[in-house]
Design a binder for this molecule. Structure first.
Ligand code: SF4
Ligand code: SF4
Length: 428
């Protein structure tokens, strides 16, 4: 059972690249906004000494999660930082002392019930590691009396071309993934888990099937390789057959969707108490001489990762945080890696997508057929141009997840996904 989608060249040439740690940078920059929701307030000032895992940003806002230092050293600045989405937040700059001394605040959390589990996840600084960045403790804090949740959907689809960081989590840390799943099921009270993997990752599917062969509460779901299988609504439907409607969360349909690397992190955090201070990323694109998977401290600059992958900033015409379909263009080689970055892609002039001249719509309907949610991008475009908010709402612009499939298939090269994003803002 699957929704519409498109076929993309996978380009997963880093699939067999085992994760390697990058050298410790001289400094890191930690933005106070690294996830969906409210930014944190800095808890440190210039001149303060900090250690790895020390909390350096937090807030009382419900929809947020704390930020921890990824290095030991001295805070050199607390300054304004321009995010890739154009917003400005505070960022803490820390000069590393090269010693990676661990904070005294780190302790293995005591978890014995639902509340202590959710509180521990909040303190870990965890947010969705697949790119969306939804604070994990909010996702888990669903009121199961009002909204019974019976299904945990583990998203290991990784449908974006190039990216293999989730695949490496499955291959390198399958016990952590299964332990994280068990902990979420146990403490949130979820009866069944579905581990969803695209069929272009046969080794991971076979391994997970073997490991769960005696479990009747876990199903490994082999997904058709089709973009955007990993989108939340799509993967939830593929696993359970339930449709998440406009304005609904997966929990409204009894589902929690969780990225596979997030599940692995939860297990490691509960065992060690080390918060989210590093993550795995795929470094790829034709501008990199040595494409690879790395483990990097949060806050390291993109420039350092480009150097590590034998790339040169002079060769890069397009720099992306995330995949080529839904990733964010970066304007600054010195931008820091955040909790939600699962890949850095560097494309030379040869592969960077150029703005080809758009022509008139030929009413071929390919964009509608490509849309996994059966939306009508052509009508969005017309309604946006007329600034007709009522029509945009009738057409359910709020459902568009900006997957870019409509733009990708359009023979007239119309900027449909871009218009959809603007139209969504207008409707809001
Ligand atoms: S960007 Fe929106 S309208 Fe276009 S295919 Fe994706 S979900 Fe459908
Ligand atoms: S794919 Fe492009 S040309 Fe075809 S109907 Fe959609 S907007 Fe028009």
């Amino acid at each position: 059972m699957h929704l519409n989608g498109i076929s993309l060249k996978h380009n997963k040439r880093t699939a067999d690249s085992a994760t390697v740690p990058v050298p410790l940078p001289e400094s890191v920059k930690l933005p106070m906004s690294q996830h969906m929701g409210a930014p944190c307030e800095p808890l440190v000032k210039a001149g303060d000494a900090v250690k790895v895992g020390q909390k350096i940003g937090d807030t009382d806002a419900f929809m947020s999660t704390p930020v921890h230092s990824s290095v030991s050293g001295i805070v050199t600045a607390v300054e304004d930082h321009l995010l890739a989405n154009g917003k400005v937040c505070k960022a803490v700059v820390i000069e590393s002392d090269g010693r990676q001394k661990m904070s005294d605040e780190i302790y293995r959390p005591v978890v014995n019930d639902r509340e202590s589990f959710i509180n521990a996840i909040r303190e870990s600084g965890c947010c969705g590691l697949g790119g969306a960045g939804f604070p994990t403790h909010i996702k888990l804090r669903v009121d199961t009396d009002k909204t019974p949740v019976d299904s945990l959907v583990i998203n290991a689809a990784e449908c974006e071309p190039y990216i293999t960081s989730d695949y490496r989590e499955l291959i390198e840390a399958p016990e952590d993934v299964l332990d994280g799943i068990d902990k979420v099921m146990k403490y949130i009270g979820i009866a069944h888990a579905y581990i969803c993997i695209e069929d272009n990752k046969p080794q991971a599917i076979e391994d997970m099937k073997r490991r769960t062969a005696t479990r009747d509460d876990i199903t490994v779901v082999k997904l058709k390789s089709s973009y955007p299988q990993g989108a939340e609504k799509v993967v939830a439907f593929s696993a359970t057959g339930r449709i998440i409607g406009e304005g609904e969360l997966p929990a409204n349909k009894g589902i929690i969707v969780m990225n596979v690397s997030t599940a692995g992190f939860i297990s490691r955090y509960l065992k060690t108490g080390i918060p989210l201070v590093e993550r795995r990323l795929t470094l790829d694109g034709d501008a990199f001489g040595t494409p690879c998977n790395v483990k990097a401290p949060i806050g390291i600059s993109v420039r350092k990762l480009i150097e590590f992958a034998d790339g040169s900033v002079d060769d890069i015409a397009k720099l992306l945080a995330g995949g080529p379909m839904m990733g964010m263009c970066l304007y600054d080689f010195d931008a820091p890696i955040t909790k939600t970055n699962n890949a850095i892609l560097g494309m030379t002039e040869k592969w960077a997508v150029r703005n080809e001249a758009k022509t008139a719509c030929i009413r071929c309907g390919r964009c509608v057929r490509a849309c996994p949610l059966r939306l009508m991008p052509t009508e969005f475009e017309k309604a946006y141009e007329a600034r007709d908010v009522e029509r945009l709402r009738k057409l359910k612009i709020g459902l568009c997840m900006n997957c870019g499939s409509c733009s990708y298939v359009c023979p007239a090269k119309r900027n449909l996904a871009e218009i959809n994003q603007l139209a969504k803002e207008l409707a809001r």
